[in-house]
Design a binder for this molecule. Sequence first.
Ligand SMILES: NC(=O)C1=CN([C@@H]2O[C@H](COP(=O)(O)OP(=O)(O)OC[C@H]3O[C@@H](n4cnc5c(N)ncnc54)[C@H](O)[C@@H]3O)[C@@H](O)[C@H]2O)[C@H](O)CC1
Ligand SMILES: [K+]
Length: 517
Amino acid sequence: MKILSKEQIYEGDKLTAQRQNISSTELMERAGTQIFNWMHMRMQGAQVPIHVFCGIGNNGGDGLVLARHLVNHGYNVHTYVVNYSDKRSKDFLVNYDRIKQVTKEWPTLMACEEDFPTITPEAIIVDAVFGIGLNRPIADWVKKLFQHFRASKAFTLAIDIPSGLQTDSVPESENDVVWAGYTLSFQSPKLIFFLPETSKYSVQWEVLDIGIDLEYIYKLNTEAELIGKQEVLPIYKPRKRFSHKGSFGHALIVGGSYGKIGSVTLSSKAALVSGVGLVSAYVPKCGYVPLQVALPEAMVITDENEKFISNISFDITPSAIGVGIGIGTQDETLLAFENFLKENKAPLVVDADALNLLSKKTELLALLPKGTVLTPHPKELERLIGEWKDDFDKLNKTKAFSKKHEVIVVVKGANTITVFQDKYYVNTTGNPGLATAGTGDVLMGIIAGLITQGYEPLSASVFGVYLHGKAADIILEDFGYQSMIASYVIDAVAEAYIDLFKQPEQPQVSEAEQEES
Ligand SMILES: NC(=O)C1=CN([C@@H]2O[C@H](COP(=O)(O)OP(=O)(O)OC[C@H]3O[C@@H](n4cnc5c(N)ncnc54)[C@H](O)[C@@H]3O)[C@@H](O)[C@H]2O)[C@H](O)CC1
Ligand SMILES: [K+]
């Protein structure tokens, strides 16, 4: 799913109104009605107090449409106008009139703290104060209102975006923003739903379809894309019946040092379950026995050194190489890595200590083949790109780094974001169970495995991140967040592949209902 910028959303609204020959008021009616339907389906007329707080722009207009439908359907609604400016939008005004026609209880005008209503914890707050139009600092009393929402502990439903957030920046203080339990967003999810510093303001989100012109969306090139099953299915390469193990390449996993051979075992096994034909592991001598015992499917090549890698040399021709897990950062290994990069022609995935070696000696970056995949966690990323001010600064710096060195950067986190040139691919699978030793090794193995099979490095990264997270989601039911370990994630990659082709379950219709219809 494309993640549109604010400008693209406004353009979409305008074009839709033109092409469908409807007014902006009608589009607002659709938006407010969709929110109403969403609530009505869940609430079924329940008489919980609903406090709808409307700003004076179009987000507030959506709130007024919603409030009118709630009134018309007999809900226990209180509507407020958060009067932060006298520049009311045209469609706000239209709907301000319309709500006055359906109820004697006109919206309460609020202009200072004294006007705040009491909100009980069992009530529902609808936040329609600011939408994507917020473009300057918010008045103090309005910030206080947001704090009042939060202090009430009432469930808060944000329309389009939690008020106080902008689509392309991180707020200065968490007190300046609405903390929503749920956000119903129009047209497109917002990038801030997926960033570590801003995702907390919207625990859950959903996109409501308000019928934006499909051709416009289809042709649009967006900076960010949300990656779910629909996005990875076209990447998947079906297998031909007459394929053999030679058809799926030979992956080489280079890594390990004394006490850290497990990382290579995990990566190699992950490469195997991703579907490669052959896997070889390159490890220091001390890794020979453990690897052969733990993973009989892999071949093992050893370094001359007993405990760490000192000279990466082999006589196979791998289709892709994953390098860096558990190798340490001592000088001999740095030299071995440098010599290896000078000779290497195979596509690369660079992880863990090899990333730290790149940060230690940045000249090595010039030796990476174009399209090399780097898979840093936040600390490794910081060593590569330097400190960042906030999440947007981090993404911008990563983008600049990706462009400069012509590499793909997989920024690992709760929503892993793959960055390549001007584009962000935001993953939707995965869960906190992945915050455990070895899951990064597994991800590296899967991506290296996919490149080995002939996937383009960018597709391999996006698809690999998806499969890895999906595997973790599948085993969540069995192991929970606490007891998930990297090996179980490997075991579930098969199920993650199978899931790609599962049809969503159809709702069960009883025979009686079928006869009625
Ligand atoms: N397809 C859609 O997505 C649709 C979205 N709709 C809704 O419209 C809003 C965007 O509306 P807009 O009027 O542009 O912005 P806001 O409602 O966020 O209003 C802000 C309003 O106030 C001014 N302003 C901005 N910052 C401040 C400030 N700090 N203090 C005071 N005033 C401020 C600003 O200039 C605006 O005039 C979108 O989010 C959706 O909810 C449409 O209803 C239908 C289609
Ligand atoms: K809002």
